[in-house]
Design a protein around this ligand. Structure first.
Ligand code: ASP
Length: 593
């Protein structure tokens, strides 16, 4: 039907007859001639119809934006002074000879260049229009190129692409499951996989040695800005490789992708223990583009009268930290109030600060609402410890360690962004030596990663002191975003049982839920480990998109719905009956107050 893409035309085509197919981007009537900008996946071409070509000209008058057309015409240089250097095809135009309307279009719900002024719901509902925007199309194309590079990497390195089931049994990764009722087994449900974790381990038991898959995963959790209920992972598992070998191999994969598609050398990935990341950055995914660090000052604050500091300073579960921000003395009272509100989201009950207006002037050069509560020697020791300089502001966090880490960790990033202290670079690292477990709000131990992660200790050490056990897990972090995470796995039934025990999963429950895994471990399962990368997030970072939804063709909204298809939808009583499901009556929506 077509000889060329619109966007590929340039001066080398001058004199050639071409057949273009695409959408009418814009029509302009100009002193007796009609211009159609015809757009396809590759770009725009300007087509001119003049009244000599009577039939085509008459038809051109009738077309509207987003009509689908076929144009036959002659490529010629644009007249002197009318070329458009901002457009790939800007030096030429096509003199239209024939025009065919392949399909008319209703007035589009929004003009392509006005997408920003319509709500995202409208963009998602008319996704086919939204995806016609070059920016969106380019992201999907970029994504396709990256996955191609990823596949080639794994292929070149002896990995086998294996598909694992979507209708399966629950695989815990810390979220709720999406359930699918079984018609053939009344009262029973499949779960959509939160990850292919158990299958990829079983593939190792099966001797597959190296597996990868670009896999859909499903997690029914309360959605935060950059989460999707279904998302894509680059999922990997290997046998007979230790964590160092797996990390090095994966660095190779990610570095190769950055080099090929962004021309960026990521260099070496430093390794940082989890405890260090938390202490210095308040986060297990530190953004190393920012130099600011949390400094523990509990030792200095143990005996001060200021209870807000001395209380946490004397409590083992708490932290007292200072965050020195060069240039921060300029921050206004109003902004400090805003930061105070910001840290309160993370549970901080206030935000103490000191401005260093003139370091040479000693205590006189300081400005702060809290200094009066502290002996001068403590203040001096504090300034010395932090290396404070004129122009700094120092923020403080004093509370339970979790609150301080989250609040001051987040403040570190926010202030750095506001003051332009985020370096323009890529800063990757591996975070290692994670704890095996964390304590949840009910005081119970839960897995920090998942229950199949191998501890870095023996069964008896694990049983004796589970709360202090470290795991053999590793996370790859880039610019403050967790790109991927994985671990060496448990490959012996006894250790797996012990971990289940610590998690309060009794033998019977373990057998019922994971009996098939325990069996697989007992029939000759090699030492193995792996990792999974969030593909959507990787593409988002690489393209500089601000929302994960902008790198997914058909994403869900934040309330986990699809405005295009209106899923989730109702089903008929017949279907429900086949599934042996009766719906509970929904509570009536409350009358508007
Ligand atoms: N299954 C893990 C996840 O989805 C990744 C891994 O351990 O390989 O987070």
């Amino acid at each position: 039907m077509r000889s060329n893409y619109c966007g590929e035309l340039n001066e080398t085509f001058v004199g050639q007859q071409v057949e273009l197919c695409g959408w009418v981007h814009r029509r302009r009537d100009h002193g007796g001639v009609i211009f159609l900008d015809v757009r396809d996946r590759e770009g725009l071409a300007q087509v001119v119809f003049d009244p000599d070509t009577v039939e085509a000209f008459a038809l051109a008058e009738t077309v509207r934006n987003e009509f689908v057309v076929k144009v036959t015409g002659l490529v010629r240089p644009r007249p002197e002074g009318t070329s458009n250097s901002g457009l790939g095809t800007g030096a030429i135009e096509v003199l239209g000879k024939q025009l065919e309307i392949l399909n008319a279009a209703a007035t589009p719900p929004f003009q392509l260049d006005e997408h920003a002024s319509v709500g995202e719901d409208i963009r998602l509902r008319y996704r086919y229009v939204d995806l016609r925007r070059p920016e969106m199309a380019e992201r999907l194309r970029f994504r396709s190129k990256v996955t191609n590079t990823v596949r080639n990497f794994f292929d070149d390195n002896g990995f086998i692409d294996v598909e694992t089931p979507l209708l399966t049994k629950a695989t815990p990764e810390g979220a709720r499951d999406y359930l699918v009722p079984s018609r053939t087994h009344p009262s029973r449900f499949f779960a959509l996989p939160q990850s292919p974790q158990l299958f990829k381990q079983i593939l190792m038991a099966a001797g597959m040695d190296r597996y990868y898959q670009i896999a859909k995963c499903f997690r029914d959790e309360d959605l935060r800005a950059d989460r999707q209920p279904e998302f894509t992972q680059i999922d990997v598992e290997t046998s007979f490789m230790d964590e160092e070998q797996i990390m090095t191999t994966m660095e190779g994969m990610i570095s190769g992708v950055f080099k090929k598609h962004l021309g960026v050398e990521l260099g070496e990935f430093p390794r940082m223990p989890f405890s260090e990341a938390m202490n210095r950055y308040g986060s297990d995914k530190p953004d190393l583009r920012i130099d600011l660090e949390l400094v523990d000052i509990a030792e200095l604050m143990k005996d001060v009268d200021f209870k807000v500091f001395s209380g946490p300073a004397n409590d083992a579960d708490s932290r007292v930290v200072a965050l020195r921000v060069p240039g921060g003395a300029e921050i206004s009272r109003k902004s400090i109030d805003e930061y105070t509100k910001y840290v309160s989201i993370y549970g901080a009950r206030g935000l103490a600060w000191v401005k260093v207006n003139d370091r040479a002037a000693g205590l006189e050069g300081l400005q702060s609402p809290i200094l009066k509560f502290m002996p001068d020697v403590v203040v001096e020791a504090l300034l010395a410890k932090l290396g404070a300089e004129t122009g700094d502001i120092i923020f403080f966090g004093a509370d339970k360690a979790k609150v301080v880490n989250e609040a001051i960790g987040a403040l570190r990033i926010k202030v750095a962004e506001d003051l332009g202290l985020v370096k323009d670079c890529w800063a990757p690292l591996w975070v290692v030596d994670f704890p095996m477990f964390e304590t949840n709000s009910e005081g119970n131990l839960t897995s920090l990663h998942h229950p199949f992660t191998a501890p870095a200790c023996s069964v008896s050490e694990l049983k004796n002191s589970p709360a202090t056990a470290l795991s053999r897990a590793y996370d790859m972090v880039l610019n403050g975003t967790e790109l991927g995470g994985g671990s060496i796995r448990i490959n012996k039934p006894e250790m797996q049982q012990s971990v289940f025990e610590v998690l309060g999963i009794g033998e019977e429950e373990a057998q019922e839920k994971f009996g098939f895994l325990l069996d697989a471990l007992s029939y000759g399962c090699p030492p193995h480990g792996g990792i999974a990368f969030g593909l959507d997030r990787l593409i988002m970072l690489m393209t500089g998109a601000t929302s994960i939804r902008d790198v997914i063709a058909f994403p869900k909204t934040q309330s986990a719905a699809c405005p295009l298809t209106e899923a989730p939808g109702e089903v008929s009583t017949k279907q429900l009956r086949e599934l042996n499901i009766r719906l509970r009556e929904q509570p009536k929506p409350e009358a508007d107050a």
